[in-house]
Design a protein around this ligand. Structure first.
Ligand code: UDP
Length: 367
């Protein structure tokens, strides 16, 4: 029993980091992925025509407050300085995100100081909402209706396909609101982009003599008796043959735009009007400002409900899904030989750094 290898299902950050940690302690690990490439939805590749590093499943910007995770990722690839700065177009005007003093002053046509803006915004917030539970309540309590309508309602409706009054406040809490001119999208101390892309980083993590990686290999095709323990980062509901129903996900459809020169002058432009069908346009060469490219590739991002054949991206954690999730969690707890990990395995909206942190922590328990 002791000498049987471990199995990691999925070659994204979860599977790769767990595999590496176990391999380091002398265990043999088999990593499988049914796709033909590594890195899960973080997968990036160089476009043949332009040589631009393209994030195939949407942009991923690495940011963390965890020094250990930052040190970890830096060991497997060079991280270049990068600060995510996002703009939003609303009714033909461009504003800065996350909502900061520039956004507030521009939107209301004022020139307030930080203190004045704080005071002003506090008068707009709905003070009757003491404990905001939904996305909408959270926005209304802190920002008031005008900013909410302009920057959050439309975008969120398009992104999630439901009214923000049905979404949990936690989604909005991802975005900071600032009373200065800092337009860094993230609050974290460490931020960067891999010089050679995420795929290379995952490849380096998996590059260990005790790790064997098999692509285009489905979990269902293996005999689990050949493994000591399984770390499963595939969809939780799929593992149980959807016995409790399908957990809802949002999926994305990317419409490619090729042009010469600079298409939009920035990496991320959000569109918060509801009459524009996409949520944002990302221009991938701007995620690597240290590189020079004559031509450009952008992607319009269209969000949709994930049907059976779509790639799952964002778990929709509404009341209905949460009840179903609880049932799956009960089933998962009974599987002593399997640990469910990562975004799909635990059905959570996870950033890369949290995924790595959790992978490091769980691997420790098996060392
Ligand atoms: N959001 C919004 N307006 C924006 C950007 C974000 O209302 O211009 C909301 C939206 O509901 C989104 C959430 O904030 O799902 C989190 O945004 P983030 O940029 O973190 O989303 P991600 O890049 O992970 O898709």
């Amino acid at each position: 029993m002791k000498n049987l290898p471990y199995l990691c299902v999925g070659a994204g950050f979860s599977g790769a980091v767990i595999a590496r940690e176990l391999a380091k302690s002398g265990h043999n690990v088999h990593v499988i992925d049914e796709r033909e490439h590594l890195a899960g939805n973080c997968y990036s590749r160089r476009d043949e025509e332009t040589q631009i590093q393209v994030h195939q499943y949407g942009p991923h910007i690495f940011h963390t407050d965890d020094p250990e995770v930052w040190e970890y990722i830096n060991r497997f690839g060079e991280m270049m300085p990068y600060v995510n700065r996002v703009k939003v177009t609303y009714k033909n005007k461009v504003y800065s995100l996350p909502i900061n003093l520039h956004t507030i002053n521009q939107f209301f046509g004022k020139c307030m100081s930080p203190e004045q803006a704080k005071e002003f915004i506090s008068t707009l917030g709905d003070s009757s909402i003491k404990e905001p539970k939904t996305f909408e309540e959270q926005a209304l309590a802190f920002l008031g209706n005008d900013l909410y309508q302009a920057f959050f309602r439309g975008y969120t409706l398009k992104q999630w396909g439901v009214e923000p009054s049905e979404l949990p406040a936690s989604i909005l809490k991802r975005l900071p609101i600032r009373f200065n001119y800092d337009d860094n999208y993230f609050n974290h101390r460490f931020q960067g982009m891999p010089r050679n892309g995420y795929t290379k980083i995952v490849e380096n993590i998996l590059d260990h003599r005790n790790i064997k990686t098999s692509l285009k290999t489905s979990f269902e095709s293996l005999n689990t008796n050949n493994y000591q323990h399984i770390f499963y980062s595939g969809p939780l509901d799929r593992y149980f043959n959807y016995s409790q129903g399908r957990l809802g996900y949002r999926s994305l459809v990317f419409k490619e735009i090729r042009a010469s020169g600079d298409y939009q002058g920035t990496a991320v432009m959000n569109y918060s009007d509801t009459n524009i069908s996409y949520t944002r346009i990302t221009e991938h060469k701007h995620f690597a400002p240290w590189e020079k490219h004559k031509d450009t590739i952008c992607f319009e991002e269209h969000s949709k409900f994930a049907t059976e054949n779509d790639i799952p991206y964002y778990p929709i954690r509404l009341v209905k899904e949460k009840a179903m999730l609880e049932k799956y969690e009960k089933l998962a707890n009974q599987e002593k030989k399997v640990s469910f990990v990562g975004r799909l395995g635990t059905y959570r909206y996870l950033d890369m750094d949290v995924t790595i942190r959790e992978a490091l922590d769980i691997a420790k328990k098996f060392n």
